[in-house]
Design a protein around this ligand. Sequence first.
Ligand code: ZN
Length: 230
Amino acid sequence: MSVMPGSDMYFSGKILLSYLNELVSLVGEKSVIMILKRSGWIDHVRKIVNTRHEKTAPYEALVDINQQVEEIFGNTALKTLVYSSAKRSFASSFGGTEVVRDTLHWLHKNTESTLRLRVSLETISHLLQASSDQKIKIEESSSHYHLTIQQCVACWGVHGKSSPVCFYTVGMIRGGLHYLFGRDEYPVQELACSATGDKACEFIVRKFPFSVNEKGSGKTGFLTLPPHLR
Ligand SMILES: [Zn+2]
């Protein structure tokens, strides 16, 4: 199905629907309608969202929508609204899937394993790849896991940025970890980004959870967002 001429990358319409629902819960329905109107997707949105994981949503839709979020709510909106909506959308996007159930079961049985974070990231990568045209590679250093994403949905067609812009994907990864562990305790950061001219987007996940100090100083979230929105 081709909604707009030239679109060749798609992701799950269920993921887009979950994301828009979370955006509505943060900024209200009127604002989201305005965002959709200004992005040019208002007349297509019913056709590209889905209640099942079918790849009906063009990457451009998400990029255009997030661009409007940024224009309307200011340049911190990617770190706050986009990040938070993506993070919250993991549960309704993937919560009921067999892969997630199996992973939760494994985590429950292997409470001391040193592979818990790796297994969780593999599950998240699998889900993101299966529901989009993204290609994800996981590598490991002594302190971090590195997720390299080709054809990242969050910055498709975006060029000339001076710093990484894929807070949407940061939110999805962190939301996935939060969902699987039941706690939000691993820092996720985008290190390289296609939108700044890098070959791919690269996300790092620190192997060590947030320390008590970090939690106390507010370093666990993006500072501009009130606690109830994180
Ligand atoms: Zn990126």
